[in-house]
Design a protein around this ligand. Sequence first.
Ligand SMILES: Nc1ncnc2c1ncn2[C@@H]1O[C@H](COP(=O)(O)OP(=O)(O)O)[C@@H](O)[C@H]1O
Ligand SMILES: [Mg+2]
Length: 254
Amino acid sequence: MSAARAMIRVVDLYKSFGKQQVLKGVTMEFTKGKITTIVGTSGCGKTVLLKHLNALLLPDRGQVFIDSVDITRLKQKDLYEMRGRFGVLFQGAALLDSMTVFDNVAFPLREKTTMAEAEIRKKADERLDQVGLEGMGHKYPAELSGGMRKRAGLARALVMDPEIVLFDEPTTGLDPVLATGIHQLIARTQQTFGFTGVVVSHTIPQVFEISDYVAILANGVIEEFKPTKEFQSSQNPVVQQFIQGQTEGPIQVL
Ligand SMILES: Nc1ncnc2c1ncn2[C@@H]1O[C@H](COP(=O)(O)OP(=O)(O)O)[C@@H](O)[C@H]1O
Ligand SMILES: [Mg+2]
């Protein structure tokens, strides 16, 4: 991986909460226009790492570079602008229950742009079509299935044409068939929009199918980080323990 193609570079990141050290020197990069997946046991710090990528959390030590700018040092105004380059689909997909699906998808456009209502309508409808929710805009989130809510969350994450999209366990709570559907949708929208994708998941091995690179976070560090095929055949005991779901091994469960 050449540094020139890195969209995001994470350098020696440390983060503790009280006495609990979660990140203990995380270094990795996210290649532009590719999907990089982070795996690891529950509670190992995947969400904490993800939240450092758009400075929702700030590290105790270390840097996060986007286009050579260290985002851990940005001023409020620049932070806001930087976050505008991200789409996020976090756990729970946090749709606003009091709004229709259409209004949920249109919400970022109404809040953050000066687009006219007709343009907003066109764009939100287009994103709903792209995630397979054509004609569903008038429904409320509570009227949708779990899989459809994830799709609506994805439509909203993509409505601002983000350069980078963060997916935190996008398939958790879905059955394997729906999970595969969401994975395919992530891959398809990535091809359409060309965003840099960061996926946190433990839906393995299915998530490997859409991943260009895979990293495993364990014991506070990135223990292995490889193109997907090489990751899957890695003899690293940490990778083996995780893939085989063994309780005994080098991974210390927090
Ligand atoms: N804001 C916070 N305050 C205190 N502890 C936190 C906070 N966020 C995460 N943690 C702790 O950090 C650890 C890693 O959490 P997380 O990144 O959510 O794990 P996961 O890999 O399952 O996403 C957990 O033990 C969690 O309790
Ligand atoms: Mg998490």
